[in-house]
Design a binder for this molecule. Structure first.
Ligand SMILES: Cc1ncc(COP(=O)(O)O)c(C=O)c1O
Length: 422
């Protein structure tokens, strides 16, 4: 008897081996609403990954969907290069009124291209142009994107190796707590800057994430961020905060650096800025840094007008008052409480838990455990991803609009997955 193996799916036969998330979550997803996805067989999954932080307001958020449908229905501009459009005007005015003015942020807004790494590339190019220097300082375990400039300031050896050419003009420094508090913050960095024999080319800028999302949920303290801002100021280096994953309210405040009370020279935003999972990114900078020549940084997809529409609706709906920030902090306390309970009931070395707002990480002593926990969570109907250089951290990134009940359900599933993988 000949047994015919089941036909390989088109994903396996046609789509490149480079695909990754679909390997950890072997389902064919069909619909999604709020914090839940449904696959083609009708199974539902609670989403604690939120499109890697692109869906802070949940899947198909009804308010944003209405705005988008109305706009499409009336034949609003979809593709707009960087032409002036009514949708872009509404977005810029809302961005200024809802976010920049109340925070006294003087930034100009640049649309660098559709995705996060485009914003990082623009930030690096601008810093180099302004300062007339090539070198950029980044931090251990940083992640800034997959294009060559962004990879050069990214830590992960596996991702860097994919570049296929030398990644140059970036210098890594220890992130907060990298040396377990044994060395005073910035001792090494400052010493290299002042020592004529150190071999460090004077940097144009320093690029930092306030919480390293891909690098393992490493949280920089407000004191460390303030000391970094002060160092940049004293040493004539621009401070770039990459808020692509931690911005848009993920940590509580809209900008993740607000808690530290610092004002970066350049800020990158993407992921949840459109609010609907539509590609959009921004590079913000102090007006005196706006030395671009017209068209000097260009790109076909810098005017995703449907994204401007949903972004405007998201800002008006969620950021016109302080409710979203308060809610995220409250939900974060709920997560922290549950993770502490998981830690308390873990035999042996307790897992390390860390996070802020609605981004949390759980790191086990056994580096393989996080992958096992995420795999079991998937079987139990919860989407969770790992992060960290060895995928050793379970990462929690639910939509900010998750309800307390959904959060409780997901956290109970996580606790079960942890117990069952011990
Ligand atoms: C902090 C940070 N910067 C940049 C990027 C790159 O964004 P994109 O994948 O949209 O290019 C990411 C993506 O995860 C990120 O987390």
């Amino acid at each position: 008897m000949t047994i015919t193996p089941p036909a390989l799916s088109v994903f396996e036969t046609l789509e490149s081996e480079v695909r990754s998330y679909c390997r950890g979550w072997p389902a064919v997803f069909d619909r999604a609403q709020g914090a839940r996805l449904t696959d083609e067989d009708g199974h539902t999954y609670l989403d604690f990954f939120a499109g890697a932080g692109s869906l802070n307001y949940g899947h198909n958020n009804p308010v944003l969907k209405r705005a988008l449908l109305d706009y499409l229905e009336r034949d609003g501009i979809t593709h707009g290069l960087d032409m002036a459009t009514t949708a872009k005007r509404a977005f810029l005015e809302t961005f200024q009124n809802v976010l920049l003015r109340p925070r006294d942020l003087p930034y100009k807004v640049m649309f660098p291209g559709p995705t996060g790494t485009n914003a990082v590339e623009a930030a690096l190019k601008l810093a180099r142009k302004v300062k007339g220097r090539e070198s950029i300082v980044s931090f251990t375990n940083a992640f800034h994107g997959m294009s060559l400039g962004s990879l050069a300031v990214t830590g992960n050896a596996f991702k860097r190796a994919g570049a296929g050419i030398p990644l140059v003009h970036g210098t890594p420094m220890p992130f907060d707590n990298y040396l377990d508090g044994q060395v005073p913050d910035f001792l090494w960095f400052e010493r290299l800057l002042e020592d004529q024999g150190s071999g460090l080319n004077k940097p144009a800028a320093v690029i930092v994430e306030t919480i390293q999302g891909e690098g393992g949920i490493n949280v920089a303290s407000p004191e460390w961020l303030r000391a970094l801002a002060d160092l940049c100021h004293r040493r004539d280096m621009l401070l770039i905060v990459d808020d692509i994953q931690m911005g848009c309210g993920r940590t509580g405040a809209f900008f993740s650096f607000e808690e530290a009370g610092i004002q970066p020279d350049i800020v990158t935003l993407s992921k949840s800025i459109s609010g609907y999972g539509l590609p959009m990114s921004l590079c913000l900078f102090n007006p005196e840094l706006d030395v671009w020549e017209p068209g000097e940084h260009n790109g076909t997809f810098r005017g995703n007008n449907p994204a401007f529409v949903t972004a405007t609706a998201a800002l008006n709906t969620y950021w016109a008052d302080g409710q979203m920030e308060k809610q995220t902090i409250a939900r974060g306390e709920q997560v922290e409480h549950a993770l502490k309970a998981i830690r308390a009931e873990s035999p042996g070395t307790p897992p390390d838990i860390r996070g802020r707002g609605l981004v949390w990480g759980v790191e086990f002593e056994d580096k393989n455990r996080a992958t096992a926990v995420c795999a079991r969570a998937f079987e139990l109907g919860l989407l969770l991803e790992t992060s960290g250089p060895q995928s050793e951290v379970v990462k929690l990134l639910p939509p900010l609009t998750v309800t307390p009940d959904e959060l409780d359900e997901g956290l109970r599933t996580l606790a079960r997955a942890v117990r069952e993988t011990a």
